[in-house]
Design a protein around this ligand. Structure first.
Ligand code: UTP
Length: 291
């Protein structure tokens, strides 16, 4: 059995320019999908997969993320005084175990690879999960749980992938598919945002990774790549020379909550699963769509 995955990294230091002005003062990870911030949904996915320690790589203007995972005494006292025990229970349920969260700052947003490298001291010498909080993976079991199944069988590094239309491949990191193995496949190559017509497949890297700690040394030496940023994909390509990478097709649907359409679609999809609001929302949608 490979070493267990106990820690997960959540890089939340990006600027969120696609959501301005909404993200001028509020981090995009705190925008709600129904009644939970996006970051909470992603933490729930990690917790379901057995993650014990949650590592957030934050940046300027992101302190409310830290506040979200802490107690709010004034609010709790007021709710108690008003007898709102149901709401208090919800707040209690989402409170992390004391000592099970860490926050570190990426001082300059030099790219995803650099954000991951900023977590190296907290992760130490053990394999870890990496979840990009703006990608909401909607499925049961959750995406990370599905990946851990593959990891427990084969070890190494695991990347979750999802099919996209061939004409969209230039927007994402794309993997090259090798030999099929039980429920997954060997990754033989990858490329970050390939030029149109050059992608090795239509399988996009959807923002969920299980990585071995050797990635940190490579990130430390990684020169800037596409967009002048330190790219995680470039370091993973180097790691492929010495370690195995497996691709796991996510059985579910991913919503890119960093884009406006993806964010709104995620809200509708998650709301339609909620008994308390689905009926009303269906009627509203039918009215809006004229059907
Ligand atoms: P994005 O590419 O979506 O960038 O980052 P962004 O800055 O958040 O958003 P836009 O494009 O300006 O709207 C993917 C993930 O990597 C994190 C982001 O927070 C997001 O979760 N990230 C990106 C960092 O933590 N640091 C960086 O330097 C870049």
């Amino acid at each position: 059995m490979p070493r267990p995955i106990r820690k997960a990294v959540f890089p939340v230091a990006g600027l969120g320019t696609r959501f301005l002005p909404a993200t001028k003062a509020v981090p995009k990870e705190m925008l709600p999908v129904v009644d939970q911030p996006v970051i909470q949904h992603v933490c729930d996915e990690a917790e379901e997969a057995g993650i014990e320690h949650f590592v957030f790589v934050t940046g300027r203007n992101k302190h409310v993320i830290e506040d979200h995972f802490d107690r709010q005494f004034e609010l709790e006292e007021t709710l108690k005084a008003r007898g709102k025990t149901d709401v208090l229970e919800i707040l209690e349920k989402y409170l992390p175990v004391p000592g099970h969260t860490s926050f570190t700052r990426q001082q300059v947003p030099l790219g995803l690879g650099h954000a991951v490298w900023c977590a190296r001291q907290i992760i130490g010498d053990e394999p870890f999960a990496l979840l990009l909080p703006d990608m909401l993976a909607h499925g049961k079991p959750g995406c990370l749980s599905q990946m851990i199944g593959t990891y427990n069988e084969f070890g190494g590094n695991v990347i979750a992938v999802e099919e996209v239309p061939m004409e969209d491949t230039s927007k994402y990191g794309i993997v090259e598919k090798g030999r099929a193995i039980d429920g997954a496949f060997e990754v033989t190559g990858m490329v970050e945002k390939p030029d149109p017509g050059t992608a090795p497949s239509n399988l996009m890297i959807m923002g969920r990774y299980i990585l071995q700690p050797e990635i940190f040394d490579l990130l430390e030496r990684q020169p800037r790549g596409k967009g002048g940023e330190i790219q995680l994909t470039d370091a993973m390509i180097t790691l492929m020379d010495s370690q195995k990478f497996y691709g796991k097709r996510f059985d579910g649907r991913t919503y890119d909550c960093g884009s406006k359409t993806g964010f709104i679609a995620a809200n509708v999809a998650f709301a339609l699963e909620r008994e308390d609001i689905a009926g009303g929302l269906r009627r509203e949608l039918a009215g809006l769509l004229g059907c």
